[in-house]
Design a protein around this ligand. Structure first.
Ligand SMILES: [Zn+2]
Length: 131
């Protein structure tokens, strides 16, 4: 009862009835949002591309590690074209599934040298051979 009657609970700050944003405040807010959008958009678009390249690189490492393991088991690399070689690795349970490039590229296993293979992607960079 006392609080309802007493006006001392109010802070005493008077808020005008037409309180709102002025045109200048709106212009500043829109300007700030547009600058932030202009700065962030290129970074966000590039992030997807970088993530795909990183996943592709990891896939290439996985394929190469499986090929090395196959070589240690059989003293030779799997025969056939890339798809056949990947299926051989999967059949030998050296890879869980045949990896697909997140960017839509295709993997290529080149084994012209019987003691060395090179895994490459048609869309992304190929890993250096010494890794
Ligand atoms: Zn790729």
């Amino acid at each position: 009862m006392r609080q309802r009657n007493g006006r001392k609970a109010d802070s005493g700050v008077r808020v005008p009835l037409d309180a709102g944003f002025t045109l200048m405040e709106m212009v500043v807010a829109v300007f700030v949002v547009s600058v932030m959008t202009a700065v962030l958009t290129p970074h966000l678009l590039g992030a997807s591309e970088r993530a795909q390249a990183a996943a592709c690189e990891q896939n290439q490492r996985t394929i190469r590690a499986a090929l090395t393991e196959y070589y240690m088991l059989h003293n030779a690399y799997p025969q056939g074209d890339t798809q056949t070689q990947l299926e051989t690795l999967k059949d030998d349970k050296l890879i869980e599934s045949i990896p697909s490039d997140p960017g839509g590229g295709t993997y290529q296993i080149e084994d012209a040298d019987p003691t060395h293979v090179q895994v490459s992607c048609s869309k992304h960079l190929t890993l250096p051979t010494d890794q």
